[in-house]
Design a protein around this ligand. Structure first.
Ligand code: SF4
Length: 449
């Protein structure tokens, strides 16, 4: 999972700060590196990239002074290729038809095969990302304009790709024909924006226009927007259901559906299918379990408390230099408020269980804090299969729900009871037909290759 952002203005302007702010709003989608590419006064491509969080990777002051008509940005989460500056995006290339910069969210499932084929035809790859395949495919279409070369290249890809690109002075955005990853369009005072999530439009005060449709390519130049389609035989969609469960920010809308509303519904349905009559208090595992817990408490008519506090300054890049700090890991992030839970039968709502490690440690803290009974409720089905579409979930051998049945998992985690939402209720809460959604990590129903 990564975050992408693009902007196009009819008149040259200081819009790079908007890209910086947009990436800041998308920081939850990637913390390994950040980058921005833009066209300068002499129509040359400029790029600024760095490792770490947006504020550490990019020089806001310098960016704010630059003027341009279009720019793209990226925050990276590692799925293909290790965490290093050479793999940071946007990627750029200059070939016989001009300059191209591209930023990508998702995972191209046939990238390895395409890469081998391109290498056998002389291509030399610089990065270890699947994204670079797109640039090489374009360079091999010598008879086509860069935009047509991109359209043809995208039709050869399988899997998940939402992209923003700078080509021939235009901002180009595209979404794979299956619609795996979100991509949304906004507008403010004639300036067009494209972002992975609508929360990034809010920060630049852009109004929502619409989502990029699965299989659509849009070209934005001088205030005009043109829509084209990727040539595809796709017969159904695979919009990621896990975006609603965990990945996206709750203040985002995806394909017209509010992430907050979906999470609330997940909790409400969970209260109906996994009730806990003996429960005295509902609490959510912060932050992604909190909204589900609110829905659960509301429907089950139980009190809700923010009884676990999350330290917001502990990120993925948190360094664990000593054994003591490593062992404290989860407790540094999550700390229960003892007097709220002491001697109570509590219902803990979490969004999902992946390895089960965090749940196990968190439940131990709750027990130590005096909880009399702990009933764990999960607002999604068991995650039994790895994601191959851009989320770094472990292989099945590391997924707790793939290794253990619910009873064994309950004992392993240390809960008095454990219950998951079923897949029909997940689909019902998102309120899209099943053939519009990907549920592969829950169901094992991957897209046919
Ligand atoms: S496998 Fe799961 S996480 Fe991956 S795209 Fe499908 S629903 Fe989303």
């Amino acid at each position: 999972m990564c975050g992408i952002f693009g902007v196009s203005t009819p008149k040259k302007d200081q819009i790079l700060e908007d890209v910086y702010l947009g990436l800041y709003a998308l920081q939850h989608r990637g913390q390994e590196s950040a980058g921005i590419a833009w066209i300068d006064d002499e129509a040359h491509l400029q790029i600024q990239k760095g490792m770490g969080l947006v504020h550490a990777a990019l020089n806001q002051e310098k960016l704010a002074k630059e003027k341009t008509t279009c720019a793209i940005g990226h925050v990276r989460y590692v799925t293909a290729g290790k965490s290093s500056l050479i793999n940071a995006q946007p990627l750029h290339a200059s070939y016989s038809k001009g300059h191209v910069a591209i930023a990508h969210n998702g995972n191209i499932t046939n990238a390895e095969g395409l890469k081998r084929d391109l290498e056998s035809r002389g291509a030399i790859f610089q990065s270890a990302t699947d994204t670079e395949v797109i640039l090489h495919l374009m360079a091999h279409e010598q008879n086509l304009s860069p935009i047509d070369a991109l359209i043809k290249s995208l039709s050869k890809l399988r899997g998940a790709f939402s992209i923003v690109a700078l080509i021939e002075g235009s901002l180009v955005a595209a979404r794979d024909p299956w619609g795996f990853r979100p991509l949304t369009i906004g507008k403010r005072d004639g300036i067009f924006y494209v972002a992975s999530e609508s929360c990034a439009l809010d920060i630049v005060k852009a109004s929502y226009v619409r989502d990029v449709r699965p299989g659509e390519i849009i070209i934005i130049n001088e205030g005009n927007i043109k829509s084209l389609n990727i040539d595809t035989k796709a017969t159904r969609r695979f919009r990621c259901s896990f975006e609603y469960v965990y990945l996206a920010r709750p203040d985002s809308d995806i394909d017209g559906h509010s992430v907050y509303d979906v999470r609330l519904k997940l909790g409400q349905k969970l209260a109906k299918t996994c009730p806990c009559p003996q429960g005295e208090l509902v609490l959510g595992m912060p932050d992604s379990g909190t909204i589900g817990a609110l829905g659960y408490a509301f429907t089950s008519k139980l009190p809700f408390e923010m009884a676990i506090v999350r330290n917001r300054y502990v990120g993925r890049t948190f360094i664990q230099p000593t054994r003591r700090v490593r062992e404290l890991g989860v407790q540094i992030k999550l700390n229960p408020i003892d007097n709220l839970i002491r001697d109570k039968k509590i219902v803990v709502v979490d969004d999902s269980i992946i390895r089960g490690t965090t749940s196990k440690i968190a439940l131990r803290f709750l027990r130590e804090a005096g909880a009399k009974e702990i009933h764990l409720r999960i607002a999604s089905p068991p995650v039994k299969f790895p994601c191959i579409y851009g989320i770094d979930t472990p292989t099945s051998s590391d997924l707790a729900a793939a290794k253990m049945d619910v009873e064994t998992l309950k004992k392993h985690i240390g809960a008095d009871s454990l219950c998951f939402l079923d897949i029909e209720d997940l689909i019902g809460s998102i309120d899209l037909p099943e053939i519009e959604l990907c549920t592969a990590c829950f169901s094992g129903n991957y897209m046919e290759e």
